[in-house]
Design a protein around this ligand. Structure first.
Ligand code: TYD
Length: 205
C-alpha cells in the first residue's frame, strides 16, 4: 500500500485558509484518496488543550520561547498520534498550519530567529515534514480586517501590525524552498482556487 501525502496550508490571519482548506480536501477526495483534515496548534486532545493556553489572552506573560515549546509540544503529539499513522494507512493529511507557522510567528513575529525553530524542528520531527506547503499571501491590513469580522481577537490577533508584517515576511522568505507555493490571496476567490487546483495536480500525477 502506498503512503498518503501531507499537505499544509499557511498564512497570516484573514488570508482565507478555512475556505481554501475545504477546496484542498475536496480536491484530494475527488482524486480518489482518503483525506484527514486537521489543524495546529491542536489536532489531538492534548494539542487542543495546549491550544487553549496558547490563544488565551489572559496568558499575557508567556515568553516567546515558552510559546515556541508549547507549539512543538502540541506538534510532537499531533505527528505521532494522528499524522504519521494516517499517512501510513494511505490517508492524505491536510493541516491548517504546521511548522512553517512556528518559523513565521515565533521565528519572525516574536523574533526568536529561524535557527531556534530549526533546532527544535530537527529534534522533534527529524526529517519529517509536509510534501506540499501552500502559503496564502495577503496585505496584512486587509487580512486583519477580514479576520476581525469572523471572530473576537485571540492572543495572537491582539498583536500590533508590525508583528504581522514580520510574520508575513517570514512566510514569504520560506516560500522559495522546494515543495513550497506562494499563492496571491488578494486575487478574486475563483482565481485563488484555480491556482491552488493547479498546484495540487502536481501531487496527483
Ligand atoms: P489558527 O486557528 O489557524 O488561526 P486563524 O484561523 O486565526 O488564522 O491558529 C491559531 C494561531 O496560532 C494563529 O494566530 C497562529 C498561531 N500559531 C503560531 O504562532 N505558531 C505555530 O506554530 C502555529 C501552528 C500557530
Amino acid at each position: 500500500m502506498t503512503t498518503g501525502k501531507f499537505i499544509t496550508l499557511e498564512g497570516v490571519e484573514g488570508v482565507g485558509k478555512s475556505t481554501n482548506l475545504e477546496l484542498v480536501s475536496r480536491s484530494v477526495k475527488a482524486a480518489g484518496y482518503d483525506v484527514l483534515v486537521t489543524r495546529e496548534p491542536g489536532g489531538t486532545t492534548l494539542g487542543e488543550r495546549v491550544r487553549e493556553i496558547l490563544l488565551d489572552k489572559n496568558e499575557n506573560q508567556m515568553t516567546p520561547m515558552a510559546e515556541l515549546l508549547l507549539m512543538f509540544a502540541a506538534r510532537a503529539q499531533h505527528v505521532e498520534e494522528v499524522i504519521k499513522p494516517a499517512l501510513a494507512r494511505g490517508t492524505w493529511v491536510v493541516s491548517d498550519r504546521f511548522t512553517d507557522s512556528s518559523y513565521a510567528y515565533q521565528g519572525g513575529g516574536r523574533q526568536l530567529g529561524s535557527k531556534a525553530v530549526a533546532k527544535l524542528e530537527r529534534q522533534v520531527l527529524g526529517d519529517f515534514g509536509p510534501d506540499l506547503v501552500i502559503i496564502l499571501d495577503l496585505d496584512v491590513q486587509a487580512g486583519l480586517r477580514r479576520a476581525s469580522k469572523v471572530s473576537e481577537a485571540d492572543r495572537f490577533e491582539s498583536e500590533e501590525k508590525a508583528f504581522f508584517e514580520r510574520v508575513r515576511a517570514a512566510f514569504v522568505s520560506r516560500s522559495t524552498e522546494p515543495g513550497y507555493h506562494l499563492v496571491d490571496a488578494a486575487l478574486p476567490l475563483i482565481e485563488v482556487q484555480t491556482n491552488i487546483t493547479t498546484i495540487l495536480k502536481e501531487l496527483f500525477e
